[in-house]
Ligand binder design. Sequence first.
Ligand SMILES: [Zn+2]
Length: 56
Amino acid sequence: MPQTENIELHTVGDEVSGSFRCADCDLLVKSPAEADGVLVLPPCPLCACEEWRRVA
Ligand SMILES: [Zn+2]
């Protein structure tokens, strides 16, 4: 199994904080500043992809 890049992938339903981009179309989502800053990852509203990668 090839070790590619060190990318942290998250999937739909994960509770995350920070900024994330759709693994497929690069749509950016951010966790809210309120509500403890927790975002429950949705399916991508543009392409329905279910994987997100963390943006530094
Ligand atoms: Zn997408």
